[in-house]
Write a protein that binds this ligand. Structure first.
Ligand code: G4P
Length: 540
C-alpha cells in the first residue's frame, strides 16, 4: 500500500506553538500623563483576577521603592526608570501588557516598547481629548501600522461632547473612531452606554467605587427607553448618526491602523473596563509572522527567534546588571537553550531568563511568540539585536526616533578621554541616548533625546559605570530633520541651524523652532528635510 504524504494544513507545522501564539495578546497603553493609564492597568489586573483588590499595583510600586537597591538615580528621583511587562491570563488568553513609561520618565524606551507590541490601547481623558504625549505616541503607532483601540476615560465626571471628541481624534491624528459603545446622558450626568452590538443599555452604577468587579447591569432597549427617557433617545440619535456616517467597527481598517474601535468608560469605577479587555482579546490580533531584514516573514512556528527592544543596565550597582528585554517572534523559547546572537554569530546562554512583574523577577522556563523575556547578564546584546535557533534570521534594525532635546556632553577630565569615548559608544549602542557629532566642526558630542531623563541617566552612567565625569549643557535646538549632503551644505550658512551626524552616517539638521524649519522648508522646496518617526513638531 502506498504511503500518502501528509499534505494537510498542519503538515510541517508545530500546532502547539501556533496555538500558544494564537492565544496571546501583546499590547501597550498610550496616553498623556493623568489620563488614567495606571488606573486602567490596575483594573485590567482586577478583571483578570491577577490582583484581588484595586490599589495593589500602586502599593507594589511603593514597596519596591522601599526595598529596591536599584539605580541610585531612581531612588533619588522617586521615579521608575524600569519599564514593566505584566503578564496575566484572561478568558484563556495570555495577555502581555507592556508599560510605556510616561511623566518625567518619558524616553525613547517609551517609543521602543511600541515596536514590540501587536496592538495599542489609546486612553483619552474625556474632558481633554487628544493631548501632546498621546499624539507623539500615536505617531509611533502609525509608523508601525499598529491597530489601536480607543478608551474615552473619566466619563463619570463632566467631560466633552462625544461627537466633538470623535471629530478631534479624526482631525488631529487622522484615526477614524468607530464607537462600539456610546454614552447615555450628558457629560456630568452619565447613565451608562449603549452597546451598539446588541442595542442594550449597560447601566453605570452610581454607587460604584471600583475596588472590586461588580456584575454589569444590561437593560433591554424598551426598558431603557422608559427608565432613561430623553437621555436614551438622544443616545439613540447619536447612534443613528454614527450608522449614517459609517462609524461602525470595521476589521480590515482596524487591523491596518486606520480606524479604531472606541469604548466609553470610567476606569476609576471599573465601568467599561471589561468591554475594553474583551475587545483586546476578541479584536486585537495575536502575533503575526515578523518580516526579516529582507522582508520575508519568519513562520510563527519556525525555530525560536526574537529581538531586543529594551536594555536595562546597571540596575544593581553591586553587580553590573544588564537585562535585555526580548520580544519573541517565532518558536518556543526554553530557558537554558543557547540561541545564536545574529550580530556576532555566537551562542547566547539563556540560563537566567526571567519574566517581570513590576520590578519583581520570576524565572521563566518557556515562552511563545508575543511574550517578552528578560535576559539577565546580557551585556553583549544591543537594541534591535536578533537571537535565533535553527534557520538563521536577522530582523531589521529598530527605527530611531525624532529627538526633541539636544545637549552637549563634555568630559570633565581630559585624562579620561578613553573612558569617555568608550562610555559614550556603549550608551549609544544600548539606546540610552542618541549620540550626534559634527563631521566638520566642534568635536564635543551632542546627545539627542526625547525625554530629559535620558540625559540624566547618561551622565549618571558615564560617571559611575564608565569612570568619566561629564557635564551636560543644554542647547536651544528642538527639532531635527533627516537631510542629505547637498541640503546640509546649504544649511551650514543658515544661522540658528546645525548639521550633525549619527553614528550610522545619517545627517540630521537641527532647528531652534518648528516655525523656523517650516519657513526654511517653504522657501526652499527642493531641500531634503524628512521627518523622523515620532515627529509631531508642527502639530498644534
Ligand atoms: P496616568 O497613569 O495616566 O498618569 O493616570 P492615573 O491612572 O494615575 O490617573 C490620574 C488621576 O485620574 C488619578 O487621580 C486617578 O484616580 C484619576 N482617574 C483615573 N481614571 C479615572 C476615571 O475614570 N474617573 C475619574 N473621575 N478619575 C479617574 P489622582 O487624584 O491624581 O490620583 P489618586 O490620588 O486618585 O491616585
Amino acid at each position: 500500500m502506498a504511503v500518502v504524504a501528509d499534505t494537510g494544513p498542519s503538515a510541517g507545522t508545530d500546532a502547539a506553538v501556533l496555538a500558544e501564539a494564537g492565544r496571546r495578546r501583546t499590547f501597550a497603553i498610550i496616553s498623556h500623563p493623568d489620563a488614567g493609564k495606571t488606573t486602567l492597568t490596575e483594573k485590567f489586573l482586577l478583571f483578570a483576577g491577577a490582583v484581588t483588590e484595586a490599589g495593589a499595583v500602586k502599593a507594589r510600586a511603593g514597596q519596591r521603592r522601599v526595598r529596591s537597591d536599584w539605580m541610585a538615580l531612581e531612588q533619588q528621583r522617586g521615579i521608575s526608570i524600569t519599564s514593566t511587562v505584566l503578564q496575566f491570563t484572561y478568558r484563556d488568553h495570555v495577555v502581555n501588557l507592556l508599560d510605556t513609561p510616561g511623566h518625567r520618565d518619558f524616553s525613547e524606551d517609551t517609543y521602543r516598547v511600541l515596536t514590540a507590541v501587536d496592538a495599542a490601547v489609546m486612553v483619552l481623558d474625556a474632558a481633554k481629548g487628544i493631548e501632546a504625549q498621546t499624539r507623539k505616541l500615536f505617531e509611533v503607532c502609525r509608523a508601525q501600522r499598529l491597530p489601536v483601540l480607543t478608551f474615552l476615560n473619566k466619563y463619570d465626571r463632566p467631560g466633552r461632547d462625544p461627537l466633538e471628541l470623535m471629530d478631534e481624534i479624526e482631525s488631529q491624528i487622522g484615526l477614524r473612531p468607530t464607537p462600539v459603545t456610546w454614552p447615555v446622558g450628558e457629560p456630568g450626568d452619565f447613565r451608562g452606554v449603549v452597546d451598539r452590538r446588541t442595542g442594550e443599555l449597560v447601566r453605570f452604577p452610581r454607587t460604584a467605587h471600583g475596588a472590586t468587579v461588580s456584575a454589569e447591569e444590561r437593560v433591554a432597549p424598551d426598558r431603557a427607553a422608559v427608565e432613561e427617557g430623553t437621555a436614551w433617545a438622544q443616545a439613540l440619535e447619536g447612534c443613528a448618526l454614527l450608522d449614517e456616517v459609517g462609524a461602525t467597527y470595521d476589521e480590515p481598517s482596524f487591523l491596518a491602523g486606520e480606524s479604531s474601535p472606541l469604548f466609553v468608560g470610567s476606569a476609576l469605577t471599573n465601568f467599561g473596563v471589561g468591554h475594553l479587555l474583551d475587545a483586546v482579546v476578541d479584536l486585537a490580533p495575536s502575533a503575526a509572522p515578523r518580516p526579516d531584514s529582507s522582508g520575508a516573514p519568519r513562520p510563527l512556528d519556525g525555530g525560536f527567534s526574537g529581538f531586543v527592544f529594551k536594555i536595562q543596565a546597571n540596575m544593581n550597582p553591586a553587580h553590573r546588571d544588564h537585562v535585555a528585554f526580548v520580544r519573541i517572534c517565532s518558536g518556543r523559547f526554553e530557558r537554558g537553550s543557547s540561541p545564536v546572537h545574529a550580530a556576532t554569530g555566537r551562542p547566547f546562554a539563556t540560563k537566567y531568563a526571567s519574566a517581570m512583574f513590576g520590578a519583581e523577577r520570576a524565572t521563566i522556563d518557556v515562552a511563545y511568540p508575543g511574550d517578552v523575556v528578560g535576559l539577565v547578564n546580557a551585556s553583549e546584546l544591543r537594541i534591535g539585536d536578533t537571537l535565533y535557533l535553527d534557520d538563521a534570521v536577522q530582523y531589521p534594525p529598530l527605527v530611531t526616533f525624532a529627538p526633541e532635546l539636544f545637549a552637549r556632553m563634555r568630559n570633565r577630565d581630559s585624562s579620561r578621554a578613553k573612558q569617555f569615548r568608550r562610555g559614550l559608544e556603549r550608551l549609544e549602542q544600548e539606546g540610552t541616548v542618541q549620540v550626534l557629532s559634527d563631521p566638520d566642526g566642534d568635536p564635543t558630542p551632542v546627545l539627542g533625546a526625547v525625554g530629559a531623563m535620558q540625559f540624566e541617566v547618561a551622565a549618571h552612567r558615564m560617571t559611575h559605570e564608565f569612570g568619566a565625569a561629564v557635564d551636560i549643557e543644554p542647547t536651544s535646538y528642538t527639532t531635527a530633520r533627516k537631510t542629505n549632503a547637498e541640503t546640509a551644505r546649504m544649511l551650514r550658512s543658515v544661522p540658528g541651524t546645525r548639521i550633525l551626524a549619527r553614528a550610522d552616517g545619517t545627517l540630521l539638521a537641527l532647528f531652534e523652532s518648528p516655525f523656523r524649519l517650516a519657513r526654511l522648508a517653504g522657501d526652499n522646496p527642493s531641500w531634503v528635510l524628512d521627518p523622523l518617526v515620532g515627529d509631531v513638531a508642527d502639530a498644534g
